[in-house]
Structures are given as C-alpha cells and as structure tokens.
Design a protein around this ligand. Structure first.
Ligand SMILES: C[S@@+](CC[C@H](N)C(=O)[O-])C[C@H]1O[C@@H](n2cnc3c(N)ncnc32)[C@H](O)[C@@H]1O
Length: 199
C-alpha cells in the first residue's frame, strides 16, 4: 500500500534505530508488508507485536477531517482497498517469511491495547491507524512503553487531519517537548527523549 520512496525511508529509519534494545510494535498492519520488511531489517533478536482489527478502518468521525470522509465514502476508488480490510493470513505469511518471533493481535486498538503489557521496552513503535481515535489509543497506551531514544514512526501525520490532531493533542496534553521530524521523502517520526532534543 505504501509508496516505494516512503517504504524505503521507513526501512532506513528502522535500520538507523536498530541498536536500540527492545521490541517492535506496529498498530495498523493490513497485509503485513511493512512489518515483514521491517523484521528483515531489525532482525531476530526481538519480538514483533502487530495489532490490527483485520476488519478494516473504523467509521470516520468529524475530527478526521473532510478528506477522510470523502475517502471512506468513495468505495469504488482504487485506493479504497475494501476500507483497508485484510485477511489475517497475509500478515501471517509475511511474518513467517521473515523468520522472526511475532504475535498478531486481532481486535480494535481500544480493546486490545489497554491490557497489553511487555517485559521489554518498545524500541520502535510504528503507528499506521489513520484516524484520530486510532492514533490516540496507540499513543495513550504505548508511548509510555517506548524506550528512551526509541523511535515512533507516524505514517499518517501528513496524510490525515485526525492523525495530525491526535499527535499534537497527545504531546501537548502530556507536556512533551519532543520534536516532529521528517525523512527526505516525508516519513514523519519522533524520538522519545525526556529533554526533547535529538540524539
Ligand atoms: C493503512 S492500513 C495499514 C497499512 C500497513 N501498515 C502497511 O504498511 O501495509 C491501516 C490499518 O489500520 C487498521 N486500523 C485502523 N484503526 C484501527 C483500530 N482502531 N483498531 C484496529 N485496527 C485499526 C486497519 O484495519 C488497517 O489494516
């Protein structure tokens, strides 16, 4: 689903941060293409936790903006992908190919994330849930679990109003001075540092 330059930038980012100890979490997996490729780059020395409803995106709300509503209403568009619904078997197949240890966690983020606990910290958190509530659920439940100097990739920051708003609201409500960066081709990311400054 992701454009090739962005796909490559994601992998370069993960390669740059792969020395950070901890697990990988992706929220919004779809067919598992990005997760499988990331696992190839980040290696077998960690666990990959992959969250998705595998039933597509929730209904757009006003906070997600007019473009999101138009996208979800336009069911015949080539970019609709059945509202991003994916049979879980695709992600299973992608992860099996990578040979890493992984868990696919099926369900809505609001149901699956609050009870999620980890022994390790999260080295890389990849958020790809598109909408405001989806992004906010992930940040509320997972940002505290990210390692110091860990990476958070926010796939939809430049794409959808709701995601942008959720990031700003979360950082602001929690008084976090972290910077918002972007790669050469426009992948948004933040680095979790307690003083807000880059490494
Ligand atoms: C754009 S797709 C992810 C694309 C995937 N990361 C890739 O690179 O191929 C968005 C995914 O987020 C999932 N999703 C969005 N909001 C969700 C929520 N609140 N709970 C569970 N899954 C959600 C959808 O089911 C969909 O598979």
């Amino acid at each position: 689903m992701i454009a090739k330059p962005l796909f490559i930038d994601n992998l370069i980012l993960c390669d740059t941060f792969k020395e950070i100890q901890g697990d990988f979490v992706e929220c919004g997996v779809w067919r598992g293409g990005m997760s499988g490729a990331t696992a190839e780059v980040m290696g077998k020395n960690r666990t990959y936790y992959l969250f998705d409803s595998f039933e597509g995106l929730p209904a757009v709300k006003e906070v997600d903006g007019p473009a999101a509503k138009i996208w979800q209403d336009n069911k015949s568009s080539a970019y609709y992908h059945d509202n991003c619904t994916a049979e879980i078997g695709y992600a299973e197949m992608a992860m099996k190919k990578s040979g890493v240890t992984y868990q696919l966690i099926k369900g809505w983020f609001s149901d699956t994330l609050p009870s999620f606990s980890l022994t390790n910290k999260i080295a890389i958190l990849r958020l790809d849930g598109d909408w405001y509530d989806s992004t906010m659920d992930c940040l509320v439940n997972l940002y505290p679990l990210v390692a110091e100097n860990g990476l958070i990739i926010i796939d939809d920051y430049y794409a959808w109003d709701g995601c942008t708003r959720a990031v700003h609201d979360y950082l602001s409500k929690n008084d976090l001075p972290v910077r918002i960066y972007q790669t050469k081709n426009g992948v948004c990311y933040i680095i979790k540092t307690s003083n807000g400054r880059q490494l």
